[in-house]
Ligand binder design. Structure first.
Ligand SMILES: Cc1cc2nc3c(=O)[nH]c(=O)nc-3n(C[C@H](O)[C@H](O)[C@H](O)COP(=O)(O)OP(=O)(O)OC[C@H]3O[C@@H](n4cnc5c(N)ncnc54)[C@H](O)[C@@H]3O)c2cc1C
Length: 387
């Protein structure tokens, strides 16, 4: 995106990419369907150490409706809304269309593409930059670094760009895996592997609470699903949080009504709102015999069960790390770049964008929206500075 928009202003543009075809994360995104964009922006759900107004200004620079029009009109990739999740996918459901469309668009703007070439270092020079690559040095006037984070390094982004930005004197926020499944070494819930439902999770550290709501999947190793991924970063930031699950929309007051109904099997009442296997598990965890009926449920049992249903303490030991993380948290501090042009305040002529920057959004297309918006702004500014 950055290269295409740099070239669109008439600047001679070279795109250097280490893999043989580029855009590998696009190819594996959204389960191979590529969730290109969200249908509704959510800047308030982004995570960054920077003041929120910086992040908002960067996202606003290319509003979602314009991004959508770009994909549909300029790239010729119609998008379809998945109503339940609010995500936009190519109507073809083929991530490859998005990757190929972007490469073709970049070429159509005049970008020269050089695959299979790794950038190993960047040295500011009197006239711009000397970029050291696996195929020799390249000299340029302006440079956009868009090398991504550390997540899923097999896709080509192993954090080398972050090391370069650090060496060039940028303020760096320590990186951490985000949007990654959680692990439970004790496999306390291994018997529930495969059970999935929509869950509200609350992670508490002291008085601070981070909340997510969405799909939750028990796995053999722990927990996954969008609701889990959206909260996983709290396991990496500072003190160890306590994570509690409310297994359905039913509140403590709702369950209290249900569980004081005249003679009915407690397990059947639970199974009306949550999967039966989970219901049995929670009854055992709350010390309630499986054959209990509401008529002989003691007050202590009822309260323990309501607690397990609405504020169940989820045992966790860690997360799946960068191998599974959809994004990298941390990176170059947003305050180190101009929020309109993405030009570095430390190294004039250098532009930084995408996942390298200290910001990520929730599951749902928000991270591509960030990469597209910041990539375009950086490319446009770098190109215009030359011509
Ligand atoms: C499994 C998975 C699924 C995802 N699904 C979605 C989704 O559906 N929707 C969504 O919004 N987000 C999704 N994401 C997140 C999204 O892919 C990233 O936020 C986005 O790709 C970041 O874009 P970027 O251009 O900053 O970095 P990247 O996409 O990582 O691109 C960086 C590029 O730089 C190249 N590079 C790195 N170092 C060098 C070097 N030294 N020399 C030359 N080239 C180099 C890499 O090969 C790569 O092509 C997903 C991520 C993963 C891992």
């Amino acid at each position: 995106m950055a290269a295409a928009f740099a070239a669109s202003s008439g600047a001679r543009t070279l795109l250097i990419e280490r893999t043989k075809d580029g855009g590998r994360k696009i190819l594996i995104s959204g389960g191979g369907r590529c969730n290109v964009l969200p249908s509704v922006a959510a800047p308030e759900r982004f995570v960054t150490d920077a003041p929120a107004h910086l992040l908002r200004a960067m996202l606003r620079a290319w509003p979602l409706h314009q991004q959508r029009a770009f994909f549909e009109r300029d790239l010729g990739i119609p998008l379809a809304l998945e109503v339940e999740s609010g995500k936009l996918f190519p109507r073809s459901n083929r991530a490859r269309d998005v990757r190929d469309g972007l490469v073709a668009f970049a070429r159509s703007q005049g970008v020269q593409v050089q695959f299979d070439t790794t950038v190993t270092d960047v040295m500011p020079s009197a006239t711009g930059f000397a970029v050291a690559t696996s195929h020799g040095n390249v000299q340029c006037d302006r440079l956009v670094l868009a090398t991504g984070g550390r997540s899923v390094p097999a896709t080509g982004s192993d954090g080398i760009g972050l090391a370069i930005a650090d060496r060039l004197g940028h303020s760096m926020i320590a990186t951490y895996p985000a949007l990654t499944p959680l692990l439970d070494d004790n496999a306390s819930h291994a018997t529930l592997a495969g059970v999935s439902l929509r869950v509200r999770l609350r992670a508490r550290v002291g008085a601070s609470v981070t909340e997510s709501y969405g799909g939750f999947l028990f796995t053999h190793r722990g927990y996954s699903g969008p609701g889990v991924l959206d909260i996983s970063h709290v396991t990496e930031r500072g003190q160890r949080p306590v994570i509690r699950a409310q297994w359905c929309e039913g509140t403590a007051a709702d369950w209290n009504v249900d569980l004081t109904a005249p003679a009915a099997a407690v397990s059947s009442i639970l199974a009306r709102r949550i999967p039966a296997r989970l219901a049995d598990h929670l009854m055992a965890a709350a010390g309630v015999p499986g054959d209990r009926r509401t008529s002989n449920l003691t007050r202590t049992e009822r309260l323990a069960l309501i607690d397990a249903l609405t504020a169940f303490t989820l045992p966790w030991s860690g997360n799946e790390g960068y191998q599974k993380a959809e994004v990298t948290g941390g990176g170059v501090a947003l305050g180190d770049v101009d929020s309109k042009t993405l030009e570095s305040k430390r190294v004039p002529g250098l532009y930084l964008c995408g996942e390298m920057l200290d910001a990520f959004g929730p599951i749902g297309g928000h991270n591509f929206a960030w990469a597209w918006a910041t990539g375009r702004a950086a490319g446009l500014a770098a190109g215009r500075a030359i011509v």
